[in-house]
Design a protein around this ligand. Structure first.
Ligand SMILES: CC(C)(COP(=O)(O)OP(=O)(O)OC[C@H]1O[C@@H](n2cnc3c(N)ncnc32)[C@H](O)[C@@H]1OP(=O)(O)O)[C@@H](O)C(=O)NCCC(=O)NCCS
Length: 235
């Protein structure tokens, strides 16, 4: 069976908010936010969105996304309350590409939360989690979402025609991306190759771990991660 990569299950801190795991106490807030007219307009969520759907999202869908390597779901938490959900999804561990999706609850909109959370999550994905490219795809009519993507430092790079599905039908998607600079990618690759070579000669058991990780496309050596974090340049 093919080895499967996963994001680490971490809490991420932003300015005035945290990205934390969902829990069963979120059922009511998720149900309410996902019944909202604007949320339903732009996301093809179940209709009606019931508390059982929210429970399945928390107990089954989000854990499966993590364990399969497809992504990671976080609640956007302010003052201990769920104010939105943001996730990494459609992750391609060979191409080192992932996609951010989000919604913000009606009671927390208009404060820049989606953009700020996307900035934190994409920085973490490109740095600590070794991704090379993070995308956000928004329906061309969804102005608030496109503004959020831009405020997170993403660049509008393309139009994917008829690529999105919402309740109203198929829509064109504006594609935004945040990527590592070529020089950072090059030094990451060189570092990864260097680890593979040295591990073939050295007797340190940690070297085996680094070599194995590099072979599956992900270097987990913590010293390397610190260097990468310092030198990562995103654009
Ligand atoms: C899109 C969404 C996540 C934006 O979240 P947010 O945290 O409110 O984003 P921001 O506060 O950065 O707002 C983005 C822009 O939209 C505007 N905006 C946000 N909510 C608004 C509202 N209810 N009415 C009018 N404008 C609004 C903001 O003023 C801001 O514009 P500005 O940068 O010119 O000030 C949120 O509106 C939402 O959850 N929508 C429904 C689900 C959805 O569309 N998800 C994304 C699918 S791609």
């Amino acid at each position: 069976m093919a080895m499967c990569n996963q994001f680490t299950d971490e809490v991420l801190k932003g300015d005035g908010f945290s990205l934390t795991p969902l829990h069963l106490g979120d059922i009511e807030d998720i149900t309410s936010a996902c019944r909202d007219e604007i949320t339903q307009q732009w996301l093809p969520l179940p209709r009606p969105y019931t508390p059982d759907v929210a429970r399945a999202f928390i107990e089954e869908i989000a854990p499966a996304m993590h364990s399969s390597g497809a992504g990671l779901v976080r609640r956007i938490e302010v003052a201990e309350r769920l104010c939105g959900v943001i996730d990494l999804k459609q992750t391609d561990w060979k191409a080192l590409e992932t996609e951010i999706g989000y919604w913000v609850a009606p009671w927390a909109r208009g404060r820049g939360l989606a953009g700020r959370a996307s900035r934190v999550l994409s920085k973490w994905a490109l740095g600590d989690q070794n991704m090379a490219r993070v995308v956000i795809k928004c329906a061309t009519g969804n102005t608030a979402s496109q503004k959020a993507a831009l405020s997170a430092g993403f660049v509008n790079e393309a139009l994917a025609r008829s690529a999105g599905i919402i309740h109203a039908g198929r829509v064109d998607l504006a594609v935004f991306s945040r990527i590592l600079s070529t020089s950072t990618l090059r030094s990451r690759t060189l570092r990864s190759q260097g680890n593979e070579q040295s591990s073939a000669h050295a007797g340190d058991p940690r070297d085996h771990e680094v070599s194995h990780s590099a072979a599956i496309g992900r270097v987990q050596d913590s010293a390397y991660r610190q260097v990468t974090r310092r030198s990562a340049r995103m654009r």
